[in-house]
Structure formats: C-alpha cells, structure tokens
Design a protein around this ligand. Structure first.
Ligand SMILES: [Cu+2]
Length: 367
C-alpha cells in the first residue's frame, strides 16, 4: 500500500501548481447588493502582483497612439506617464486623489488587456507583507531581479537634470541613487520626464528604509480607523503637503528615484502596484461601512485658493488618454466599468492553497 503521506504530498503539489497559474479569477456579486450604476454580473478579483511584467514590457515596446507634440520614440506606456504629468498638479493633495488614480488604474489595465492581450488580474503591492518581518524591504520578492521588478539604483549611473522645467515640485536629487542595474526594466528607455521634461533616460531608484514605519500594519490600522472620507484620505496621502511620510508618499519615497518625481513617478512600473494597493485600502475602508462610505467624498479641489470642495459631481480629466469621468462613477468598484474586488493579501493566499488541497487531503486520509 502506498503511504498516506505520498498522496498528501501529491495533493499539496497539485494545489500549489493550480494556485500559481496566472489567470483571471471572478466572484459573483451579491444579488442583494445595491449599486447605483449598471450592476456588474461578476467581479474580477485583483490579487497581489505576480507575472504581469511581460505585459508591461509589451506596453513599453508598443508605439504611442498619439504622437502630436511629443518625441517620436514615445511608447504606449509613456503615454500614461505623460497623462499623469499633465494632470499631476490637480490630482495630488486634493480630495479627488483617490478616485482619479482608481480610474487611471482602470485605463492602464484596459490598455494592458487590449494592447498586450494581458489576461491576468491587475496586481497590488502588499506593503504589510514586506514590513512585517525583520528583513529590509529591499529583500522582498517584489524587488527580486529575476521574478520581480528589479532592485535599487546603482550609484553613479545617472545624473539628475538641473535645468529649469517650470515644475511646481522640483526633483529631489538626494532620492536618486542611479539607474536600476538588474531585473526586467534595467534596459528599458523612458522618454517622458523626469518631471516636466522629455529626456531619454533609464529607470532610476534610490531605496530608503527610513520610511518603513509608514508602510507597516500599525500605520495601516490608523488609516483604516478614520471615520470620514476627509480624515481618511488625509491620513493616507502625504508629501509634499505634509511634514512626515504617510502611506502614499512612503511607497514613493521608499523606492526613490523617479518614484519621487511628482509628475512622472509612473515611469516605474511598481507605481501601479503601489496605487492599486492604495485603492485596495480605500475599498477596505468603504466596505467597513458601505451604507455611509460607498459614496463618501470630500476634501479640497485645489491646493491654492479658491480651494473648493470635491463633490460626487466633480469631473476628472485624463488628457490625451481618455474621456472625462465623474467622481461618482469611480466610487463603486462593483459597478461598470470597474468590476473587480481584492483578496486579503498573504492570509488569503495561504487559505486558498489549503482550501484547494482540502478534498485531496480528505481523500488521502481515507486511502
Ligand atoms: Cu499620482
């Protein structure tokens, strides 16, 4: 008789293989859920980052769709950087910060699907996973040179431009160590930025472990405990408008280099994982009290007078990329065109493997 442990091992290996397959996962939307727009039939489950890097590289090698007034080498990926740079002054440090980046992430995901036949879910960065142990964040799988997004900048390989580009928020030279020397993006040329320039340049970084506390579970708990939208987004957003790092700017500040460019931070593909992570935290906060928070909005519209007040009817612009969208339309990820939700991070992954193995484990017991 074959020992029980043999079947248990086979079952476990099978479960791990199934869970590692990169495919779109859906859940049914609760039929009693009240949704103001067109209700989604099913929700794609956004998961932590895995193997979507090839699709990003595809976007980075696909010519731009609109080359009016921009360098001819621009790619489809660069177009998203350009739209972010054109919008940056009006979408940070203001109430529309979260819905603008939610919709922007959706447009980016659509482009990965339509242009690069990407079929997997849009991944997110689970900072908690990378700060809960005692290893430096740089040792995290997300920065792995082989399976991740590559590591730190190499000192002496990049000169930060000093010409005046009329940026309201200039570059911070100390945050630039140099060009990323390994991983899938080490040889990629960016064409937009840094800040409001067009220069052909490498992906730059400068890891900074000092911001670790602002990426911790204790910090996250403080953000999620906020009772109203204005307090919530204020607790989550940060520099250059607040003196100490908070979750949003801590992610940018940890990675450094171009991630600290106010205008062109999305030249670093990890930008999208960081912002999907922020979107996930916002959704967790909304879900904690859907009746009161699903359409909770507020905060100022501008960083300078007249400040104004963000309402659900505020119109968000995506210059050169897409049509405008109202804040109201970006509040519920269970409604078209969003149709996604999130898993629960590291805990959920372990649980899924266990659940998939369970029938086999039970079967093995009775063999
Ligand atoms: Cu941004």
């Amino acid at each position: 008789m074959v020992p029980r442990t043999f079947y248990t091992l086979i079952a476990l290996c099978f479960a791990v293989l199934v869970s590692a397959k990169d495919e779109q996962k859906y859940v049914r939307l609760d039929k009693d859920a009240t949704v103001e727009g067109t209700k989604c039939e099913k929700l794609a489950v956004r998961q932590e980052w895995c193997k979507y890097i090839e699709a990003v590289k595809c976007l980075q090698s696909t010519p731009a769709t609109n080359l009016t007034g921009v360098p001819s080498a621009m790619t489809r990926y660069d177009e998203f950087v350009y739209t972010h740079s054109l919008s940056a002054n009006g979408i940070h440090g203001v109430g529309q910060f979260l819905p603008w980046h939610r919709h922007f992430g959706r447009l980016y995901e659509e482009s990965l699907r339509e242009t690069c036949k990407y079929e997997g879910p849009l991944p997110y960065w689970d900072w908690d996973r990378d700060t809960s142990g005692d290893k430096p964040i740089s040792a995290s799988p997300i920065f792995d040179p082989k399976n991740g997004f590559g590591g730190d900048g190499v000192p002496g390989t990049y000169t930060v431009p000093t010409d005046n580009d009329n940026s309201t928020y200039p570059l911070i030279p100390a945050a630039f160590k140099g060009c990323v020397g390994d991983g899938p993006f080490a040889a990629v040329t960016m064409h937009v930025g840094p800040n409001l320039r067009f220069t052909d340049h490498c992906l730059t970084r400068g890891f900074n472990e000092d911001v670790r506390p602002a990426l911790s579970s204790a910090h996250l708990a403080g953000i999620l405990s906020q009772g109203d939208y204005d307090s919530f987004w204020n607790a989550l957003d940060g520099l250059p408008f607040k003196p100490e790092p908070r979750l949003h700017d801590a992610g940018h500040g940890y990675i450094g280099g171009e991630m600290t460019s106010f205008y062109t931070s999305n030249n670093d593909p990890v930008f999208y994982l960081h912002h999907t992570g922020l979107d996930r935290i916002w959704w967790q906060w909304q879900q904690a009290d859907l009746a009161n928070r699903l359409y909770a909005m507020g905060g100022k519209v501008n960083n300078t007078p007249p400040y104004g007040q963000v309402t659900l009817d505020y119109t968000m612009e995506f210059p050169r990329l897409s049509t405008s969208a109202s804040v109201r339309s970006a509040m519920d990820i269970r409604a078209e065109p969003y149709c996604y939700t999130y898993d629960n991070g590291a805990l959920a992954r372990g649980f899924n493997v266990f659940m998939m193995a369970l029938p086999f484990l039970v079967g093995a017991y009775y063999l």
